[in-house]
Design a protein around this ligand. Structure first.
Ligand code: SAM
Length: 216
């Protein structure tokens, strides 16, 4: 019996097309966010669901940030093989003290959380007052896509994510549509890896959101 393929983000076909950033937009969106929040050397940053550690390396090398990443998948950490600063942990159970970070990046990961309000509460806890949350993710533009395990299956409508973030104690400073990056990734996957899809044809878009922690 053939083994079922793992999730898309653990497949070499995605890495071959997307490189080390396993999501639409790659470093273009990471840099857009880092520039927007004015990231400067020495700032403490955590990448949630760091995958192969590409964003951690980028934030260290280009911005001089003190960046770490958490990633729960042993398979991903094994594939990462190199980047410093990756810790095995889930994004909704962060092994850090309250108020540790100036910024959190969560790129194409929140849709995978079982408990999103709990995850947002954890983000709020580990951020300093006024700290930034950078979120990019898929969102559903139509009716529910079903209860599967992929990012595409689990994507929420954008207005639900906006409510979640605001109810979590954040003010949204920037919200941009970057669906062109999703279409581009889907097209490149379809072109190079037959039968592998990121689900772009199923009523999905892609957004970048930057929110700031309110209160103490
Ligand atoms: C689409 S990949 C994105 C990886 C990385 N952020 C990037 O941009 O290259 C999603 C990642 O989220 C991780 N993930 C899944 N559930 C998670 C959770 N509860 N907390 C943190 N990361 C999670 C997966 O293991 C995977 O590495």
């Amino acid at each position: 019996m053939a083994l079922a393929p793992g999730p898309l983000w653990e497949r070499e076909e995605l890495r071959a097309v997307a490189g080390e950033t396993l999501r639409p937009g790659g470093f273009e969106l990471t840099d857009r966010a880092a520039d927007y929040i004015g990231l400067v050397p020495g700032r403490r940053v955590l990448d949630i669901g760091a995958g192969l550690g590409a964003t951690v390396t980028r934030l260290r090398s280009r911005y001089g940030a003190m960046a770490w990443g958490v990633e729960p998948s042993a398979a991903q950490l094994e594939r990462a093989d190199g980047p410093q600063g990756l810790i095995r942990a889930r994004g909704d159970r962060l092994p850090f003290r309250a108020g540790t970070f100036d910024a959190l990046f969560c790129e194409c990961v929140l849709s995978l959380f079982e408990d999103r309000p709990g995850g947002l509460a954890e983000f709020y806890r580990v951020l300093k007052p006024g700290g930034f949350l950078v979120l990019s993710d898929l969102c559903a533009t139509g009716p529910s896509l079903g209860g599967g395990a992929s990012c595409a299956d689990r994507a929420a409508p954008l207005d639900r994510t906006v409510r979640l973030v605001r109810n979590g104690g954040f003010a949204i400073e920037l919200l941009e549509d970057h669906s062109a990056h999703l279409r581009d990734l889907a097209a490149r996957l379809a072109w190079t890896a037959e039968g592998v899809s990121c689900g772009c044809g199923r009523g999905l878009s892609y957004f970048l959101m930057i929110a700031q922690k309110q209160g103490a």
